[in-house]
Design a protein around this ligand. Structure first.
Ligand code: HEC
Ligand code: HEC
Ligand code: HEC
Ligand code: HEC
Ligand code: HEC
Ligand code: HEC
Ligand code: HEC
Ligand code: HEC
Ligand code: HEC
Ligand code: HEC
Ligand code: HEC
Ligand code: HEC
Length: 308
């Protein structure tokens, strides 16, 4: 593949380069001719003209070999390799530096010698330590185009290794089985690094529930391990499932109606001890006789109180 393309392009390029030189040479001759008559001669030439015979044209100013050779700049490479140039310009990320920092040798591919791999830059010459460990040394399998190093395809190579690089999500999905453990990583992450919205697959518990709140209660790779910040969890969210309790609590005239659900239930499903908040409400004898507070206080969500 590379071979035939290379030959074709080489021929093509020889023609192009040939044409380029012809065109340049012609315009050079043309401009010399027109200069000869009217235009004032440049400094160096005037000095020479004192000694040199009029008929002999001094070669100095038009001498094509006078210039100091400089290495090709990246934009000069880009004139012949516009595709590569454009890729680096747009998606080169931190590879957006001079071509020759990587390509210390080039234009030396020899189809006979099949030396492509030898002349191409080696990732390891700059990335001394393999960044993902010893299991991942075939860099170009994933970073398919070094000119766009972060353009990574979601192919078999990558999908087979998600969990090797991302041990935490993998570990959580395994250790805390949930319906999410049955989904493959790529059911949710359809592109590498892409983060899906919960609302693509679920409806919220209550209208207008912010997306960020979902993650604060459900760590996504172990969604049943519910954790919440007691001051942030909203009563209406709890109420969306515990309708009966919510109705009692929101209708009560006792002071417990001012205490948020999550302040008492600081973990989902946990029943608090009254003495967490009421250290010594009655004298010890009474409590010894009647150890259960709710024998007298009846309903914690709607305490019977003296109506004033
Ligand atoms: C970060 C290092 C790096 C930089 C910077 C870089 N290259 Fe490359 N380039 C490579 C590697 C590695 C390969 C070999 C890829 C392969 O074998 O698939 C390559 C391959 C190529 C090829 C042949 C394959 C192709 O994609 O057409 C050309 C042409 C090329 N580079 C030109 C350039 C030019 C021009 C620039 C600057 C505008 C440049 N490169 C900058 C690393 C680099
Ligand atoms: C005058 C046009 C021209 C310029 C300027 C040019 N190249 Fe090339 N380059 C070619 C052609 C033609 C090929 C062969 C066909 C191909 O692979 O695209 C080639 C091939 C390559 C290759 C792959 C094959 C090999 O032998 O290395 C690399 C890498 C490369 N060029 C890098 C560069 C870099 C880096 C620069 C600037 C320092 C540069 N080129 C400047 C025309 C040019
Ligand atoms: C001439 C040195 C050089 C070579 C050769 C080179 N890189 Fe890099 N690469 C860098 C530098 C410098 C950075 C930015 C700093 C860093 O992340 O270490 C970088 C960054 C990267 C990044 C992260 C890009 C970003 O924007 O976050 C990837 C991916 C990468 N290189 C892959 C490769 C692969 C794959 C190869 C071989 C095909 C390669 N590099 C060859 C110098 C090089
Ligand atoms: C199995 C696929 C795979 C292989 C093989 C692989 N990489 Fe990566 N690499 C990735 C992915 C995926 C990223 C994350 C890209 C992102 O941030 O979007 C990455 C990121 C990087 C980065 C960015 C810095 C970082 O760690 O955050 C560098 C540098 C890099 N790779 C270099 C290399 C080099 C050098 C090799 C070969 C020794 C290599 N990679 C092999 C998939 C791979
Ligand atoms: C070779 C190692 C490697 C492989 C394989 C890999 N990743 Fe990554 N991934 C990275 C690196 C490096 C980053 C960027 C640094 C970071 O945030 O950890 C990244 C970033 C991510 C992010 C974004 C993290 C954030 O905080 O925004 C997600 C999501 C992700 N990867 C998912 C996946 C999935 C899904 C797969 C499998 C299809 C996968 N990765 C395969 C190395 C890898
Ligand atoms: C049910 C959908 C779903 C599945 C399945 C899933 N993820 Fe995620 N993942 C997400 C969401 C949503 C986030 C964003 C979480 C956040 O912002 O807190 C995320 C975040 C991430 C992140 C970045 C944050 C972090 O926790 O490190 C990585 C890496 C990641 N997932 C990798 C994976 C891997 C690897 C797998 C498979 C083993 C996987 N995910 C399976 C939905 C999923
Ligand atoms: C790509 C689709 C997808 C995305 C994105 C997704 N989930 Fe799921 N989730 C599912 C499927 C499928 C199930 C199992 C069937 C169901 O309950 O709908 C599920 C189940 C759940 C369950 C119940 C777990 C169990 O084992 O019973 C919770 C909780 C959950 N998801 C929360 C979330 C949260 C929070 C997010 C965002 C951080 C999220 N999901 C993102 C697909 C998704
Ligand atoms: C205040 C905490 C909290 C917030 C915020 C929250 N959830 Fe939940 N979610 C729960 C609890 C508690 C359960 C019930 C768990 C059980 O069955 O044991 C649950 C269950 C689920 C389930 C399982 C199916 C069901 O309805 O029983 C899904 C799916 C789910 N939540 C998605 C979401 C999404 C999407 C969001 C954000 C819009 C969200 N959750 C926000 C606490 C919360
Ligand atoms: C998506 C529905 C859902 C949401 C939202 C929800 N729960 Fe639950 N809750 C349940 C289910 C289902 C159970 C029973 C299964 C279990 O124990 O996990 C339960 C159990 C409980 C229990 C234990 C009941 C008992 O009999 O022991 C308490 C207390 C509780 N929830 C309080 C809350 C609070 C407080 C909130 C808000 C922060 C909340 N729940 C949000 C569904 C939900
Ligand atoms: C998270 C803390 C907390 C827990 C747990 C708690 N309470 Fe309260 N309770 C309060 C607060 C706050 C008040 C308001 C008056 C005050 O500051 O003492 C109150 C008030 C009361 C009152 C007076 C009601 C009124 O309206 O005048 C009674 C009776 C009471 N609690 C009984 C109980 C019983 C019985 C339990 C256990 C079943 C319990 N409480 C658990 C915080 C709590
Ligand atoms: C003052 C503390 C307190 C507040 C506020 C509170 N609870 Fe409770 N909750 C309790 C206690 C104590 C129990 C155990 C009652 C028992 O043993 O009969 C309980 C029991 C429950 C139960 C299981 C028994 C049942 O009645 O179904 C659920 C569900 C529940 N609470 C949900 C909620 C919700 C939802 C809210 C907010 C709307 C809330 N709680 C507010 C202290 C509280
Ligand atoms: C034998 C019945 C009985 C038992 C058992 C009982 N209480 Fe009471 N409690 C009462 C009565 C009666 C009042 C006064 C009611 C009023 O003034 O409205 C009261 C008042 C209270 C008050 C309000 C005090 C105030 O200053 O307004 C709190 C708080 C309280 N009890 C908490 C508890 C807790 C916690 C327990 C369990 C450790 C408990 N009670 C057990 C009967 C009981």
């Amino acid at each position: 593949m590379i071979r035939t393309r290379w030959i074709a392009v080489t021929i093509c390029c020889s023609i192009t380069i040939g044409t380029f030189w012809l065109t340049t040479a012609c315009s050079q001759i043309n401009s010399n001719q027109s200069e000869g008559g009217t235009a004032p001669a440049p400094q160096g030439q005037q000095e020479n003209s004192k000694t040199a015979p009029q008929s002999v044209k001094p070669a100095t100013s038009s001498d094509p070999y006078q210039a100091e050779l400089k290495p090709l700049t990246s934009d000069q490479c880009g004139q012949c390799h516009p595709g590569v140039f454009q890729k680096i310009k747009e998606k080169g990320e931190r590879h957006r530096f001079e071509c020759q920092k990587c390509h210390q040798q080039f234009h030396s591919y020899n189809p006979q010698k099949q030396n492509w791999a030898d002349i191409m830059p080696q990732c390891g010459s700059c990335h001394k330590e393999p960044p993902h460990g010893k299991a991942f040394t075939a860099c170009l399998e994933c970073h398919k185009d070094p000119h766009m190093p972060l353009n990574i395809a979601m192919d078999k190579n990558l999908v087979a290794s998600c969990g090797t690089c991302h041990t935490t999500p993998q570990g959580q999905l395994t250790k805390f089985p949930s319906a999410h453990s049955k989904q493959g990583c790529t059911t949710c992450h359809t592109g590498h690094g892409m983060i899906p919205s919960c609302l693509e697959c679920h409806t919220a518990h209550i209208p207008d529930q912010p997306l960020d709140s979902c993650k604060s209660c459900h760590p996504v790779h172990m969604p049943k391990e519910i954790k919440y910040d007691t001051s942030a969890a909203s009563n209406t969210t709890c109420g969306s499932c515990h309708g009966v309790v919510f109705k009692e609590w929101s209708g009560t005239s006792s002071l417990h109606g001012k205490v948020a659900c999550a302040e008492c239930h600081d973990q989902h499903g946990k029943i608090p001890d009254c003495r967490q908040c009421h250290t010594a409400p009655h004298d010890g004898n009474l409590l010894q006789k009647y150890p259960k507070c709710l024998d007298c206080h009846i309903n914690v969500h709607d305490l019977p109180i003296k109506k004033k």
